[in-house]
Design a protein around this ligand. Structure first.
Ligand code: PMV
Length: 352
């Protein structure tokens, strides 16, 4: 190709799983189907600048790139990205024709305990797809573009494939979800009840430190785990249930599945070998406060957790005012430095 140089910038959201992905096979194939809400306020902005390599260097084995995070050159981010480039190379043969500069920043504090791999890896995958699109001589359909972007993102970080397109995304082959695949995330296309419109996620930052257990280590804990098979079955059943719930708008049933999924994820970590407790005392304080408040008010707020101590507080739009008061009055005190992030369900990635 004769494209010499150029750049693309993608703004890509984080996501929060309702039914969790925990455990994978080779090549980033998930052991079970997962489903997530795309977020809005938590995002990564990535610019990929590319410049044609001199032809004599093209056969050189490694990809050539520099990484800048929040304006500063970052050597320690390079190995993960090098692995990503190596993995996607067979699907993107044009990659080695260019040298790259990757500039990235997050809307959320780096050490907030919010995983940036989902938004970060999907942003990079989308930049690579924009390059493929501009190199391709033929018209590229949106369907191909986003499917392949999600496919590539998955090879960077599993959950990243759910941060490409749509408000609700399913990843993993499931008999009741049309078009679903182990290879990429698909937009949940069924009619969704208005109860879930503009759904909120207030992220309570209980522990802003680095994650104690990387998800790479976490997924490996599911190999030979005594409860693994049962867990994977349960997740598939929960996908069937949540599919119906998203249609019917049954918030009580939603609360039940989402909280059970969060606790099950942590139960898997507590019952693996080695074992971990990733919740902090304040995580449990918050959970108990949520349960008390729900019993008093009959509202439909609930919590979910990632592989860490932070709590995601989910609630519908029409409960926003009351829940916000409750957060400020009762929950913020358990957050590190009183930090929390008001987020909500979003729409997916955007080319800037
Ligand atoms: O994408 P990974 O490999 O970082 O795994 C993420 C796993 C959880 O966040 C704990 C659950 C999920 O489905 O997002």
């Amino acid at each position: 190709s004769n494209l010499e140089t150029g750049k693309f910038t993608w703004k890509t959201p984080s996501n929060i799983a309702l039914v969790k992905y925990w455990g994978k096979k080779k090549h980033q194939i998930p052991e079970n189907t997962s489903i997530s809400f795309t977020l809005d306020a938590c995002f990564t902005l990535t610019t990929l600048t590319f410049e044609k390599r001199h032809s004599e260097l093209i056969s050189e084995s490694r990809h050539n790139f520099e990484v800048y995070f929040e304006g500063k050159k970052k050597e320690d981010f390079k190995p993960k990205i090098a692995t990503f480039f190596d993995r996607i190379e067979q699907y993107c043969p044009f990659l080695k024709e260019y040298d790259y500069k990757i500039e990235s920043r997050n809307s959320f504090p780096h050490s907030s305990g919010i995983a940036s791999s989902a938004s970060g890896m999907s942003a990079l995958a989308l930049c690579v797809m924009s390059l493929e699109k501009s190199l391709s001589g033929v018209e590229m359909t949106d369907e191909y573009f986003y499917k392949k972007a999600s496919f590539l993102a998955r090879l960077g970080s599993g959950s990243a494939c759910r941060s490409v397109k749509g408000s609700i995304v399913v990843w993993g082959k499931h008999g009741e979800v049309e078009g679903s695949s182990n290879l990429y995330g698909v937009e949940f296309k069924d009619e969704v009840h208005s109860n879930f419109k503009n759904f909120h996620d207030t992220i309570l930052l209980v522990d802003e430190g680095e994650k104690q257990v990387s998800s790479t280590v976490g997924h490996k804990l599911m190999f030979g785990h005594p409860f693994a098979e049962k867990r994977f079955e349960q997740a598939e059943e929960n996908i069937s249930k949540i599919k119906e719930i998203l249609k019917s708008g049954d918030l009580k049933a939603f609360v039940n599945i989402v909280e059970s999924e969060a606790l099950t994820l942590h139960a898997m970590m507590m019952t693996s070998n080695p074992y971990f407790i990733l919740m902090k005392p304040n995580t449990l304080k918050i959970i108990n406060k949520i349960w008390e408040f729900r019993a008093e008010t009959d509202l439909n707020l609930c919590f979910t957790l990632d592989a860490g101590a932070n709590v995601h507080l989910l609630y519908p739009e029409n409960e926003r005012e009351v829940v916000n008061k409750f957060v400020v009055k009762e929950l913020i005190q358990y957050c590190q430095n009183n930090h929390y992030i008001c987020d909500r369900i979003g729409k997916g990635a955007k080319l800037l």
